[in-house]
Write a protein that binds this ligand. Sequence first.
Ligand SMILES: Nc1ncnc2c1ncn2[C@@H]1O[C@H](COP(=O)(O)OP(=O)(O)OP(=O)(O)O)[C@@H](O)[C@H]1O
Ligand SMILES: [Mg+2]
Length: 348
Amino acid sequence: MAKLQDVFNKLKEVKIEKLDKDIVSLGLVRDLAVEGNVVSFSLKVPLGEDPIALEKRTIEKIKELDWVEKVDIKVEKHRVETPKFGKEAEKPKGPQKIEGIKYIVVVASGKGGVGKSTVAANLALSLAQKGKKVGLFDGDIYGPSIPKMFGIEGLVPRVQDNKMVPVERFGIKLLSIGLMLEEDTPVIWRGPLVHKAYQQFFFDTLWGELDFLVVDFPPGTGDAQISALQLVKIDGAVIVTTPQDVALIDVKKATNMFVKMQVPVIGVVENMSYFKCPKCGEITRIFGQGGAEKLGKEMGLPLLGQIPIDPDIVQQGDVGMPAAAMGMEHPVAVEFMKIAEKVISAFE
Ligand SMILES: Nc1ncnc2c1ncn2[C@@H]1O[C@H](COP(=O)(O)OP(=O)(O)OP(=O)(O)O)[C@@H](O)[C@H]1O
Ligand SMILES: [Mg+2]
């Protein structure tokens, strides 16, 4: 037993740097056995990790125990199956529909901080105000913000029959990776683990019957996005941008990703389009003008709406009640309602 424990302790010293954990904690070691002076086990290699280098490191670590004569490792590549693209594709299963959900709409952007979460939250609310059954899924594994915007931080979703039950607020079913994490928990779900996380959030959740599931996507066009697009059939994408010319390059990138993955792009929301002086009503286009029109011409993308820079958006986000919940007198709520109508008419 002592030998087994010694080996175990040594294995715990083998770290996977990217995931900031050791191979034992990550559950990569299986069937560990010691017979005489021979150690054997199987080792799963996470995606993106060099199997030969990891095997070598592990053997060296165990050989630090002077009684060890032989280390017999059965190496299994890839901890999580992620379908590949191109020639070596192993024929992926293809994106699946989620039972009970009519349309899945992702809110995406080429770059961060342009107001995706703001648009996702307000679009979801406006769709609900139009009488639709709506879910909102915070798919931003790296920087979840939906719980704060809906004032549900710290609320842990119930589990029923091994499935997660979304939290309800303003008649919307909400689920966020942020609800599962303590505020300062480092997010270790990178790469292949993100794929697994998405799978659970999409398929092991009691969403019930929904007209729309709005997904707040992480910024950019990285692995997490591709993962989600491979797993679940997305019915449409709303792209958020700001008016600067440079932002347009990012919109093109995001659009190309969706086109490649055969997801229809419903249109573009231009956020922070202008500032209207509350005193004199004068409109200032702080970030320039004409960007959205250019997009229309160059890429054939419809403009779904233009959201002004409005301090209420920040304030409402901070108090846990998105601006669209402020009532129809508010210009921002009116604009989001128009966007919701356009999204609905893209489907019905
Ligand atoms: N139209 C607006 N007027 C004023 N403030 C806004 C507006 N849109 C967004 N903001 C503020 O800008 C910040 C970033 O917005 P948000 O979190 O929605 O962006 P994001 O694209 O989701 O960012 P990330 O890429 O980090 O997920 C927030 O503090 C939000 O309240
Ligand atoms: Mg966000």
